[in-house]
Design a protein around this ligand. Structure first.
Ligand code: SF4
Length: 415
């Protein structure tokens, strides 16, 4: 039951934590929407809603972090673990370019058997083959993981990745930037709240633009969601490096944590309060991947000015039960039916043009692709060229090398 908000919002003043809590807890949902929509209109008066064509590729599902809300990861040595090879990733890029895609969103588990050199080699090869294609890759906890594995400081890891071809960093792994919550979710060790923010600060200092995210609906309080938003606002005041904010609800199926999913109304209220708190963020994305097309469309009246990415491939959220699929036709239909003009963009929110399918014929995509087909787990053979850390991977790569060195093997060098 909501009660009328106790004080009006003065648009000329920044929202304080107390006023934000008052609004979030008490304002009627339509009132929150009206306020958030006013901010969206002020920032984007042209009636344009943007989207990007990119592909979400999870290069490995092997992970040592073991977050309690995650249904995607597999333990080291699991026979369901996989790591993609360079050729598999190139094929995915080819498919993405064919439907007008401009970027790969590349994220994965914290796999102890993938060294920094592998990422550098991959990025260099991608840039050699596809010079203008963008790599939006490696969330802050992955950067921290690579830094720990390689025993190099974060700025040096970022500098090496940028030199190899990294263009921008996605805001994944933020969950809720409050350590009490992170400890319960078992994601404190992968990155504390301060560590997540520190990676973003370093990335911004290095000249990279990044996004920011929030996954809500696990064990956090309303105050902790707001603390997360205010911490993002503070960093954005300091660096100005975030291009956009994206929030989505926890997907509980097949996770250790379990529980229930937050409602669509909770999502719209959370999006709206984010639009009001994050007054220094230009862009808020609608999360139709977890909410579905209808709520995604409604989001455009609750502060969102962007529909995010068309979905070509998805592995993480789907593992926890969400299976919404929208190709470019569907994304554009939802934007236009809500009364907006649809425009394609890149990660920097530069407008690239009108819908791609109106410029050239593209195949409809009615089903999401996956990283690997069922039953095709395992490491790609590329990994044999890199040193492993885990006993399981050392054994597997050693066995594979032995086979390839055997005189009867077709893989044996001919000298
Ligand atoms: S959320 Fe990411 S870091 Fe956490 S267990 Fe899943 S794959 Fe690993």
């Amino acid at each position: 039951m909501t009660t009328p908000v106790s004080r009006p919002v003065d648009p000329s003043k920044r929202l304080t934590p107390t006023a934000a809590l008052d609004l979030y807890a008490n304002a009627p949902t339509t009132e929150l929407g009206r306020l958030a929509d006013a901010v969206r209109r002020a920032k984007h008066p042209d009636g344009v809603v943007t989207y990007i064509i990119d592909r979400n590729v999870n290069y490995t599902n092997v992970c040592v972090a073991r977050c309690r809300f995650c249904a995607f990861y597999r333990e080291v040595g699991s026979n369901e673990g996989y790591t993609l090879g360079f050729d598999e990733i190139f094929r995915k890029i080819d498919e993405t370019i064919r439907v007008g895609g401009v970027q790969l969103l590349l994220q994965g588990g914290h796999n102890p058997d993938i060294p920094l050199q592998w990422y550098e080699d991959l990025f260099r090869k991608v840039k050699e083959r596809y010079p203008s294609f963008r790599l939006h890759a490696l969330s802050p906890p992955e950067v921290i993981h690579i830094s720990r594995l390689s025993r190099l400081p974060i700025p040096q890891v970022i500098a090496r990745l940028v030199a190899a071809g990294l263009d921008s960093i996605p805001g994944g792994g933020a969950e809720i930037l409050v350590d009490r919550v992170r400890q319960i979710l078992n994601c404190y060790n992968k990155a504390t709240a301060d560590e997540w923010l520190a990676v973003m600060r370093e990335a911004h200092r290095a000249g990279l633009r990044t996004t920011a995210t929030m996954m809500y609906g696990t064990v956090e309080t309303m105050e902790e969601r707001l603390e997360h938003l205010f911490r993002l606002r503070d960093l954005q005041d300091e660096t100005g490096g975030f291009t956009a904010f994206i929030t989505w609800s926890y997907q509980p199926r097949h996770t250790e944590l379990g529980g229930t999913e937050a409602t669509g109304v909770d999502y719209l209220r959370t999006l709206a309060i984010a639009r009001l708190v994050l007054d220094n963020f230009d862009n808020l994305q609608a999360s139709w991947v977890t909410q579905g097309g209808r709520v995604g469309q409604l989001s455009l009246g609750y502060g969102a000015n962007d529909m995010g990415s068309v979905m070509i491939e998805e592995n993480v959220v789907r593992a926890a039960g969400a299976e919404y699929c929208m190709d470019e036709f569907e994304v554009v239909r939802n934007i236009e039916n809500a009364g907006f003009v649809a425009k394609r963009r890149n990660m920097h929110y530069d407008i690239l043009g009108d819908p791609f399918f109106r410029e050239q014929e593209v195949p409809r995509m009615r089903e999401l692709a996956v990283a690997r087909a069922d039953g095709q787990a395992g490491e790609a053979s590329d990994l044999r060229d890199y040193d492993a850390r885990s006993a399981a991977a050392k054994r597997a790569r050693g066995d594979a090398r032995d086979v390839s060195q055997s005189p009867s093997s077709p893989l044996a060098p001919s000298h």
